[in-house]
Design a protein around this ligand. Sequence first.
Ligand SMILES: NC(=O)c1ccc[n+]([C@@H]2O[C@H](COP(=O)([O-])OP(=O)(O)OC[C@H]3O[C@@H](n4cnc5c(N)ncnc54)[C@H](OP(=O)(O)O)[C@@H]3O)[C@@H](O)[C@H]2O)c1
Length: 321
Amino acid sequence: MTLRTLGRTSLSITPLGMGCWPITGITSIDINEVDSLATIRAAFDAGITFFDTAYCYGYEGESEQMVARVLRQDREKIVLASKGGIHWVARKQVRCGRPETLRLECDESLRRLQTDRIDLYYLHAPDPSVPIEESAGAIGELIQQGKVLSAGLSNANVETLDRFHRACPLTAFQPHFNMLQREIEDGPLPWCVEHGVAVVVYWPLMKGLLAGHLPREHVFGVKDGRNKYPMFSGDEWQKNQDFLDVLRAIAIEIGRPVSQIVLNWTIRRPGITAALCGAKRPYQIRENAESLSWSLTSDQIVRINKAITERGPIVSKAAVS
Ligand SMILES: NC(=O)c1ccc[n+]([C@@H]2O[C@H](COP(=O)([O-])OP(=O)(O)OC[C@H]3O[C@@H](n4cnc5c(N)ncnc54)[C@H](OP(=O)(O)O)[C@@H]3O)[C@@H](O)[C@H]2O)c1
């Protein structure tokens, strides 16, 4: 995989990163530790060297711990991103961007990750009760102390990005983005391009929907966390399946899975630095890692873009995870 530069740092990342949220099993179903550890290993073995986790991935930080268990020996070969500023209280996520909390959470993440530094440390989401400059300043101090190499911000608008960046230069922004959710193109994305900030997107496969493997008649079980999102039910689901039928036809032509078409398109969008793919099984991440070894033709891109326009955007609030 051809590497890309992470913002203005000297770090190089693979344009596909492994998202280490699903392996915690909080919103995903049918998870077990053996598969989760094997999926992390499969990502690395398939050439992915960019790993994204967070303090709140797992009620007790299980995601960071699993990443360390698998990749500790290969620490110098990977770029490790984590996030602070969200923790669990009674199994509900609570934002806290106070400097003292970020300091404590970063120390805990370093311990769980069994490393002396986190390459990219994001504020997971702005805390409305704390001025963003204070949260940014805390991450700036962590950089001065060498605990963190570069700063990131997730789930923010342009004004917040700008204020953060003035208080502590940003290396990366992490918003949601995929074929049907492209709100960032109207503000944050051009802002990042102008300021040399990397854009590392989550939900490229829209929590599995855009992998295209779930048939029209699929019934989501009660434990499946996707139940709470409108795009997985009713009329929206039918419209999404119509859209997927266009991608499925192209997939058959090329002889590749729909997931690879979606990731290939995503990574090649102007201004997108990397896409974070979550996976629960080794075969999924191996399949995803094959997304960039080929190119869509211009005719296929035109057909995809037409189908996107016809489907229309899905506007939904980012679900922080
Ligand atoms: N900053 C934030 O607030 C935030 C929020 C969300 C996510 N993230 C980050 O972004 C990452 C990606 O988001 P995500 O994991 O929620 O969503 P995603 O990458 O859009 O979708 C992941 C899901 O897609 C399915 N999948 C993946 N590869 C597949 C394949 N080749 N074939 C078939 N199905 C496949 C799997 O679900 P099934 O097998 O169940 O169908 C997997 O759990 C996260 O892991 C996390 O690191 C950050």
